[in-house]
Design a protein around this ligand. Structure first.
Ligand SMILES: *Cc1c(COP(=O)(O)O)cnc(C)c1O
Length: 362
């Protein structure tokens, strides 16, 4: 059986080793005589999986004890609502940096809830081809938080340096680049990510949240299941968690350690992305990157050919050659290669060779 050259943007490739272990354990997990999906979420066997996933994530990303790690549901999209619900009081502002479609959506949810919001900076004018300079950010004393999207999955841009905001809480949607490199956790009040890009299958959402912020989130008059404080008090077992997704997350975290940890993963990601960016940069404009160089993402590589016809031809021939998921997002078109952690070097190499061949270099 041949595995596909999978460049899907999300859900996306999972490590083959992880899938094989899941397959082996599917009918009889840990001598329980059942699948992990059939266990009680209150059982010792599941609790071990759950707690180990937390501690592995803490160890791999070097998350201090002053931060809580939560496993929630509803995707990153529910966080767009939970953040303003939990953190904004009257007179306070939710401040957003707009760097693409996901940050626009985050802002939109705060507005739907009737909160006061602001736009700290936006690069919409140039079709989100870059991350703003730190000096471009407009902050105000009323800001309860500053929200950024660390990696813009659709436009292919990524923050390299995170802003330092002394008197504000920095909150980041890291759905598409968490676990791709080491992180300066203490710059952030909160980090969140849907799992289906770098962490595992969809269904679980990771929230890493400073513990001192939990207090006020239990006091607010919002539905119980939408309060961070409640999930923290119950070790993310207030209600039934997405047990299979957490199990898969656990396996993916073990896999990260097997690769040599986060520093090795980061190096591999750089090597993989540069295979493809090098083709773009050395193509004399045959391939044109969407993102400006300093803002380019190591996770989502967005590019166009000279015209729509050529884009189509490229995508069609790529498909015939066994490449999956290279179409750009429906909102911007063109091509996109998502080179998340679990996409092997060999798969990126194959794309590099295909791009060279398509251009006529090979
Ligand atoms: C995929 C993605 C989302 C949406 O996540 P859901 O889990 O589908 O809600 C949000 N933000 C970013 C940056 C993403 O890449």
């Amino acid at each position: 059986m041949k595995r596909a050259y999978n460049f899907n943007a999300g859900p996306s490739a999972l490590p083959e080793e992880v899938l094989r272990i899941a397959q082996e354990e599917l009918l009889n997990f840990n001598e329980t005589g059942m699948s992990v999906m059939e266990l009680s979420h209150r059982s010792k066997d599941f609790e071990n999986v759950h707690n180990e996933a937390q501690s592995l994530l803490r160890q791999i990303l070097n998350i201090p004890d002053t931060y809580e790690i939560l496993f929630l549901q509803g995707g990153a999209s529910l966080q767009f609502s939970m953040i303003p619900m939990n953190f904004l009081s009257d007179g306070q502002i939710g401040n957003y940096v707009l760097t693409g479609a996901w940050s626009e959506k985050a802002l939109k949810e705060a507005n739907i809830l009737g909160h006061t919001t602001a736009i700290a900076a936006s690069t919409k004018e140039t079709n989100y081809d870059r991350i703003p300079e730190l000096s471009e950010l407009r902050l105000s004393p009323e800001d309860a938080y500053l929200h950024i999207t660390s990696n813009n999955t659709i436009f292919g841009t990524q923050w390299k340096d995170y802003p330092t905001v002394k008197d504000h809480l920095l909150i980041a949607d890291m759905s598409s680049d968490i676990l791709s490199k080491p992180l300066p956790i203490d710059k952030f009040a909160m980090i969140y990510a849907g799992a289906q890009k770098n962490l595992g299958p969809s269904g679980v959402t990771i929230v890493i949240l400073r513990k001192d912020l939990l207090e006020k989130t239990t006091e607010k008059q919002i539905p119980t299941v939408l309060r961070y404080g409640i999930h923290s008090k119950n070790n993310s077992l207030y209600n039934t968690p997405p047990t299979f997704s957490i199990y898969m997350l656990n396996k993916v975290l073990h896999w990260v350690n097997d690769q040599g940890g986060i520093a090795e993963i980061a190096k591999a990601n750089e090597r993989k992305a540069s295979l493809i960016y090098d083709v773009i940069d050395n193509s004399n404009g045959f391939y044109q990157g969407h993102a400006q160089k300093e803002s380019r993402s190591l996770m989502n590589i967005t590019f166009n050919l000279a015209n729509e016809e050529l884009n189509k031809k490229f995508l069609l021939e790529a498909k015939e050659a066994g490449f999956v998921g290279l179409n750009g997002h429906r909102s911007i078109g063109g091509c996109r290669a998502s080179t998340y952690n679990a996409v092997p070097y060999e798969t990126c190499k194959a794309l590099q060779q295909f791009m060279l061949k398509f251009k006529g270099n090979l």
